[in-house]
Each structure stands twice: as C-alpha cells, then as structure tokens.
Design a protein around this ligand. Structure first.
Ligand code: ADP
Ligand code: MG
Length: 376
C-alpha cells in the first residue's frame, strides 16, 4: 500500500492560465463585498473576485450560500454594507453608492425565464431595443434569432414553446442588448436532464461566439466544471476558493471545497520523519507540517486503485456501476471507508480482499481539526 508517484506535481491547471487571458481587461471586480438583508446578518461576507472580458465565471455552492445575492448585488438590486463593486473600472456599489440597474448594462437570465406572455418571440427579443430605429431593431432581432436557433419560431407566444426554447428566447433577449456582463441564475434547473446537457453545450458555444462575459450560478459542480473558465466556490456567504476548475478539483483549498466538488476521502495521518504516515501508506508532507502534527490526506477515487489478492485487511464493501466507471467502496482494517474508481469493465466481487495502490499525482493535506465539521 505505497503511494506511487505521490510527489510528482504534474497538474493540468498549471498550463491553463494562458498569458493572453491574464492580459484581458477586467470587466467586473468585487472587493470584500458584504450584503445583508437584515441588520447584523450578512448573506455574503467579504466576497472578492474578478471577471475578465470574455470569461465565463461560475458561482458554485449549496442552496442558501449567497449565489443569487451576489448576482443581485452585481445587478444593482441590492445595496452593499461593505466593500466595492466595479463595472468596467467604474465604482457602481459601495456603502452609500448604488448605481441604478438600468445604468449598469447588465444582462440577466433567470431560472423561470420571465418572458412576457403576451408578446411573441420576436417582440420579446426586441423589447430591450425599443429606442432603436425599427429597421436596425429588426436586423438585430433576426441575427439573434439565427444565432440562438430560434428562426421559424418568431411569431409564437411563450406558452407555445418548450422549456429549452423559452430559455433560448430569454438568452436572446438578454444578449441582443450586448450587456457588459451576462448574469445567469441556475438557468438550466427547470429543464429535464437530457435537455440540460444540450443547453449547457449550446449556451457555452453561444457565449464564446458572442464573446460574452458571463457569470453563471449553479449548485452543480459538473455544470460549473463544464462551463467555467474559473469557478468561485461559496459556502455560507463566504468565498472559499476562486480558481480554474482543474485547480478546484485537484487542489481544493478547504475540506468543504474538496467534498463539494466530487467524491473525496479524508485519511488521518501523522507527520513523522518529514512524511505523512497513514493507514494506506506514506505521503509527502507537502504542507510543511511539524513532526507529530495531526493531519488528513484528501484522496479522490481516481487516485486509488484496487487489486484482488488472497489475503488483505481491506475488502470490497460495494460496487456502483456508473456506466463509464465502477465506483468501489473499500473498508480498511480500521473500519474506515475509502473509494476507488476503476474502468467500467473492471468487475470484482463484493467481499473480495484487495490491495490498494495509490496513484496520486499530488497530495492535498489539511489539519485534522479543519475536517471535523465534515464528519471525516
Ligand atoms: P443561493 O442563491 O445560494 O441559494 P441566496 O443568495 O438566495 O442563496 O440566499 C443567501 C442567504 O440570504 C440565505 O440565508 C437566504 O435565506 C437569505 N436571503 C435571501 N434573500 C433574502 C431576502 N429577500 N430577505 C432576507 N433574507 C434573504
Ligand atoms: Mg439562488
């Protein structure tokens, strides 16, 4: 049970921060923003992140963590009690400062689409362009209909459309106004799962083609990983991590993030001779912890492989077939449970004794007390 290659740092995220992305101007910046609906009870606290031109940022976190509040602050619906919000370099929110929504040029798409029921598709899309001469307005609406795959449906009313089509109209209506930043609040949550997958791809493609800067709110880490250039993870009104999807998954900065974005096991260990000693082997002491310190090592199922053997204290407790993989639950001699991901054709019987091979490209260590709230 020895970690293999545990000290090789070959992480994907190191290559993903292209220098041209860094050079793009900031469109939006939140600096230590605090917003409270009731005095003394902050819905979000000290939240800081920024979005560059053309970037897709996902705000990810469980229900009630403050995602919608963050969007409402950016849109100018809620005042802030602390910190500042800058849109294209202009201060738009601070205590005592609140630039009205209509002067922010922020586009919005919500879960319930909020289309005008008495207006046809083309009229819904044209709604925000009332001030344009009619020829120009029609040209832009036509271009947007084509871009969003709605051509042919322009004379329908919202109730004559499917959920996915209504969603496209809501997107078209927001995009036709060329917003500085487009805010999408759980836009796929009313669609059935098949439709969600297709819409994620289509919306991602549309945002890229129109070079739209966007913030998408979701509680689904798979959606965030699939859509985002960078992900901001919120927990209880606080920003826990702001990074690329790869960094968030492989190098979570807190146990909460580790657990929220995928299956994670936390193995207790002790520092001795510059290594972390655990029940499943030794790991490098990458956190530079002092000898004798109590730590936990986070391992993902893709870091643990199993090999059936004749005798071992570790056994297969369960196998979950997931199509592209088999997820095994393994009980260790101590009674602790870990998970292993094997290929979809690697089928071993429940109860079989197994040897563990740890193939971790890097080690994530936390102090043991940090993980206690997760029950690890
Ligand atoms: P999320 O979108 O992540 O589910 P919200 O931003 O809606 O979370 O809510 C964050 C917190 O603020 C929650 O505790 C919620 O109960 C509270 N909250 C949201 N809207 C209001 C409101 N209008 N009045 C009072 N509290 C609110
Ligand atoms: Mg919400």
């Amino acid at each position: 049970m020895k970690p293999i290659g545990a000290d090789e740092r070959t992480t994907a995220q190191e290559g993903s921060a292209h220098s041209d992305e860094q050079a793009r101007p900031l469109v939006l910046e939140l600096r230590k923003v605090t917003c409270a609906y009731e005095v003394g009870r902050a819905a979000i606290s000290d939240v800081s992140f920024s979005v560059r031109e053309g970037e897709i940022l996902c705000l990810l976190g469980p229900s009630g963590c403050g995602k919608t509040t963050t969007l409402r602050v950016i849109a100018g619906f809620e005042p802030v009690v602390g910190g500042e919000v800058y849109l294209k370099g202009q201060l738009v929110s601070a205590p005592g400062v609140l630039l009205p929504t209509e002067r922010r040029r922020v586009g919005m798409v919500f879960q319930e689409y909020a289309l005008f029921p008495h207006l046809r598709v083309s009229e819904n899309i044209a709604f925000g362009l009332r001030d344009l001469p009619s020829v120009l307005r029609e040209t832009q609406v036509h271009a947007m209909l084509a871009m969003t795959g709605l051509t042919g449906l322009e004379r329908r009313y919202p109730h004559e459309l499917s959920g996915g089509q209504q969603q496209r109209v809501a997107l078209a209506r927001a995009l036709v106004q060329k917003p500085v930043v487009l805010l999408l609040d759980e836009p796929f949550s009313n669609l059935d799962p098949d439709m969600t997958r297709k819409m994620r791809e289509d919306v991602h493609d549309l945002l890229r083609r129109t070079k739209t800067t966007a913030i998408l709110v979701t509680h689904d880490h798979e959606e965030a990983f699939a859509m985002a250039d960078r992900v901001a993870v919120l927990n209880n009104g606080c920003l826990e991590q702001f990074d690329t999807p790869e960094t968030i998954y492989h190098t979570p900065s807190t146990p909460f993030v580790a657990d929220f974005v995928g299956q994670a096991d936390f193995i207790p260990g002790t520092i001795a001779n510059g290594k972390v000693l655990t029940e499943i082997g030794e790991f490098p002491n990458q956190g530079g912890y002092q000898g004798g310190a109590s730590v936990v090592v986070m391992v993902r199922p893709d870091d643990i492989h199993i090999l059936p053997v004749e005798h071992s204290g570790a056994r297969i407790l369960a196998r979950q077939f997931r199509g592209s993989e088999n997820l095994y639950t393994i009980s260790l001699p101590s009674g602790r449970v870990v998970h292993s991901s094997e290929t979809s054709t690697s089928v071993f019987p429940v109860g079989a004794p197994v040897e563990l091979q740890i193939v971790a490209t890097h080690t994530v260590l936390f102090e043991r007390k940090q993980t206690q709230e997760l029950g690890a």
